[in-house]
Ligand binder design. Sequence first.
Ligand SMILES: Cc1cc2nc3c(=O)[nH]c(=O)nc-3n(C[C@H](O)[C@H](O)[C@H](O)COP(=O)(O)O)c2cc1C
Length: 190
Amino acid sequence: MSVERVVVGISGASGAALGARIVERLAALPAIETHLVVSDAARRTLDLECPPGTLARLTGLAHRHHPVGDVGASIASGSFPVRGMIVAPCSMQTLSAIATGRTDTLLTRAADVQLKERRRLVLLARETPLHLGHLRNMVAVTEMGAIVTPPVPAFYHCPRSVEEIVDHIAARAIDLLALPHAPLAKSWEG
Ligand SMILES: Cc1cc2nc3c(=O)[nH]c(=O)nc-3n(C[C@H](O)[C@H](O)[C@H](O)COP(=O)(O)O)c2cc1C
């Protein structure tokens, strides 16, 4: 199995645990190289919403942790082959930047690269309720090829904890990258 590179961006919407779980899940898969980029606002949500030391743990699990200001990092270039990118959670600010091609941080530049190279870009857009501008940005990124998958819980697998809900959403997001691993999320058998 050849090594697959995956970029994980964590932006400053609520639900930092989703990004954390995705990094953990990817670290447990064989032949996956995870490149992590965390926005400044996400540093704050990770601090507020996750156990102490979470960011340090994630940077240890990822193959590379790129500073969000480093627009010269490998993942800022389309010539650096990656399978795709997940932004989890994706704030409305980051969604808007992606929708309008604003690439002034490494996170939004890396997302833009996925679109221009016609690679998978999976956005766990998190806000509620949504105004028309949010919805229009979701339409725009979908038209450009991104997959918008808001972190909406499924209840058909009868989750017993928040952790199980987070884990299921994380597994579904990774499955959307179509990596050469079996689906991670438990599938509905009818
Ligand atoms: C605790 C907390 C929760 C937030 N939740 C959301 C959210 O769910 N959705 C959102 O779009 N912004 C949310 N924000 C606001 C974003 O962090 C803010 O718009 C920030 O500028 C986003 O920057 P980024 O996209 O570069 O990460 C939240 C902020 C904080 C401090």
